[in-house]
Ligand binder design. Structure first.
Ligand code: ADP
Ligand code: MG
Length: 642
């Protein structure tokens, strides 16, 4: 039993007390047997007069005659023959269920007491081995100790914020007198979590005040030349971002800034600016990307610019290792930060798609040195979440893409109209544009994904894309092959790139104006948004055609995803929809500090609570009390608070 409980995360009394009900049973009125009427759910209480097991075709029915002061009725259980022994004449029972003809069909029951049939009985996440009933028992026993629970909040704060005590909240969580009371209890417990998180983040912010990064002074000649070299004027958003970065870099307090911007909004241009600021100040800049493809893409973008500026640049991944000793800008994967690569003299580090990195990896980059750090993400997250997850970072948003950009037009078509989609794609090719075709998502090994992609490319070369130059990009290509392929596509020596999701991030070919995503219903919302961001990167109107199975075959969630993509190209709005469809904790994966530890918080419902926790946290930075245990649990060994 211990093991089975352990599998559900229930090891201590505290765990049991904090085991959150998934929901509560609705209330059902307790009626006298003679008052039962209609088929609405109701509860009855009485004594067993007799019991028997009856077989009806493949069913086993337990039938018990139940009496209260008003009358008698036959209660029926399905397929629970063993119950017969527990329902001996004279036993007191409370039953919930409903009238079916002249009999009472039992949905839940209690023998000698009230638990399962109670109004708002908690329904816990159960497992194959442990029933909800057993969990109620376990939690019920733990509740006897609820009074001993230490309240992490200072008393004054509780009074001021009008919060119930933690013990009371735990009792109300499991034994609420109403849905609202259960929800109030959950909120109090969520507040503790959010507060611990925010206190931890506030301490980290404060700890950073004592760290020193090299001040980089005012912008100089190199970045001025860089800005002139760019074939376009920076957008107001980009200029704003640069101003903020300049202000950060002038100081000795290490920059910890998050640059949020939708795909194609022009973050890389800003990132390179920051790297060059390090170079002109006599130190180095490094750009870290989560995948090799992405690192290579960044390198392809950055190298020509650096070369024109006379800045030596190196690529450093698992398979490509340029000499870094003389390079002033280094681009790479996290191989970059591992095993003895000497990046002494690092002035600015740019960390791309940082939510894909574990906290440890982020920390490793800055261990033993303290550069200014710019985090970039193309997965825009709602402000609430940004506050939660990146609460220790300053946030810059590139809200508007370059003005010459037209929003991508997205259409959703079902399979039977896919030939029309390809027709449209060929029109673009005939006009000298390029295109992507994204292969269906299959969740198998990288090898079988690659094989399926090869078959698909072959099929298209003979079919819909006959006569066009078709390249195939998948994760099994050697880095050298992949680089060559990308260079070819960029140089317009290929018309179409058939690809797996490896093109999700980083690929930047402005002449590619149309994309077809096959079996789009199988992709996640964020992923589709990222994929779509590969087109619409130039001044031309671009299109994204999502092909799916017939609507009737799709889940509601899949339909909602595709509809959202057709409706908007705003990554922030899509992130909200995604959050709604998938629930908290999922959006960013579970590796974020804190998020996966949340038991009670529901980010969408708890925005206000989060803001309050953030304010209150400022007062508690130096607070020394039981709240610290919770802070340690969240930030624990994984990251020092300073
Ligand atoms: P992100 O990194 O945010 O996805 P990029 O920096 O890669 O975006 O920019 C996407 C594309 O837009 C690139 O081709 C880039 O050259 C171009 N671009 C960036 N800034 C501007 C601008 N201000 N005006 C016009 N085009 C721009
Ligand atoms: Mg980019």
């Amino acid at each position: 039993m211990k093991k089975r409980l352990g599998a559900l995360g229930l090891r201590t009394i505290g765990d049991a007390l904090e085991y959150r009900p998934r929901r509560y049973e609705p209330a059902a009125p307790e009626l006298a047997i003679s008052d039962l009427f209609g088929e609405d759910e109701a509860a009855i209480a009485g004594e067993v007069l007799s019991v028997r097991v009856q077989r009806a075709r493949r069913l086993q029915l337990v039938k018990a005659r139940i009496a209260d002061e008003s009358g008698e009725i036959t209660a029926v259980w399905f397929n629970q023959a063993w119950l017969k022994d527990r329902l001996q004449p004279g036993t007191q029972v409370r039953l919930r269920g409903n009238l079916k003809g002249s009999e009472f069909t039992v949905r839940s029951y209690d023998v000698n007491g009230t638990a399962a049939t109670a109004d708002f009985a908690p329904v816990y996440p159960a497992s194959e081995e442990i029933t909800v009933k057993k969990l109620r028992e376990v939690v019920g026993k733990a509740l006897e100790y609820a009074g001993d629970v230490v309240d992490p909040l200072p008393a004054g704060l509780k009074t001021r914020e009008r919060l119930p005590g933690r013990s009371d909240a735990l009792v109300a969580l499991h034994r609420p007198a109403s849905e609202e009371q259960g929800e109030r209890a959950r909120k109090r417990l969520a507040f503790d979590e959010l507060l611990a998180l925010q206190v931890g983040l506030a301490r980290r912010r404060e700890g950073r005040d004592e760290e020193q990064a090299p001040p980089l002074g005012e912008p100089r000649d190199l970045v001025a030349r860089y800005r002139e070299l760019l074939p376009f004027e920076l957008t107001p958003s980009q200029k704003g971002a640069i101003r903020e970065i300049d202000a950060d870099l002038a100081g000795t307090r290490p920059m910890e800034r998050l640059l949020q911007g939708d795909v194609g909004s022009g973050k890389t241009v800003v990132a390179l600016y920051a790297l060059l600021r390090a170079v002109e100040a006599g130190s180095r800049g490094a750009l870290m990307a989560p995948t090799e493809t992405l690192a290579e893409q960044h390198f392809l973008t950055i190298e020509p610019l650096c070369t024109q500026l006379g800045v030596p640049v190196a690529l450093l991944t698992r398979s490509v290792k340029h000499e870094v000793a003389t390079a002033q800008v280094v681009v790479g994967t996290h191989a970059l930060i591992q095993e003895g690569v000497d990046l002494g003299d690092l002035g600015v580090a740019v960390v791309d798609e940082q939510h894909r990195f574990g906290v440890e990896q982020r920390a490793a980059l800055t261990t033993g040195r303290r550069p200014h750090v710019l985090h970039m993400t193309a997965t825009p997250i709602p402000r609430t979440l940004a506050l939660t997850v990146y609460g220790d970072l300053s946030v810059t948003e590139i809200a508007k893409p370059p003005a010459n950009r037209k929003p991508i037009e997205t259409a959703w078509v079902t399979e039977e109209r896919s030939s029309a989609a390809y027709q449209r794609l060929r029109k673009h090719l005939d006009a000298g544009r390029q295109a992507y075709v994204v292969c269906p998502l299959i969740e198998e090994s990288e090898t079988s994904v690659a094989r399926a992609a090869e078959r698909e490319a072959e099929r298209l070369r003979k079919g819909e894309l006959r006569g066009y130059r078709v390249g195939l990009l998948h994760g099994r290509l050697k880095p050298e092959e992949r680089r060559q392929l990308m260079a070819q596509f960029k140089a317009a020596e290929l018309d179409v790139l058939v690809a797996t999701t490896v093109i999700e991030v980083g690929v930047d070919v402005p002449n590619a104006t149309i994309m077809i995503v096959q079996e789009a219903d199988r992709f996640g919302l964020a992923q589709l948004h990222q994929l779509r961001g590969r087109v619409g990167r130039g001044a031309e109107q671009s299109y994204c055609l999502l092909i799916s199975r017939p609507k009737e075959e799709l889940t509601d969630a899949a339909q909602a995803r595709l509809e959202a993509l057709v409706r908007t190209t705003d990554g922030f709005e899509l992130a909200e929809v995604d959050l709604e469809l998938r629930g908290e904790g999922q959006l960013l994966g579970t590796r974020q500090a804190g998020l996966s530890e949340f038991r009670f918080t529901r980010l969408r419902a708890d925005r206000e609570l989060l803001e309050r926790a953030r304010e209150v946290a400022e007062e508690l930075v130096d607070y020394d009390g039981p709240l610290n245990d919770e802070v340690d649990r969240l930030f624990g060994d994984r990251e020092p608070t300073a």
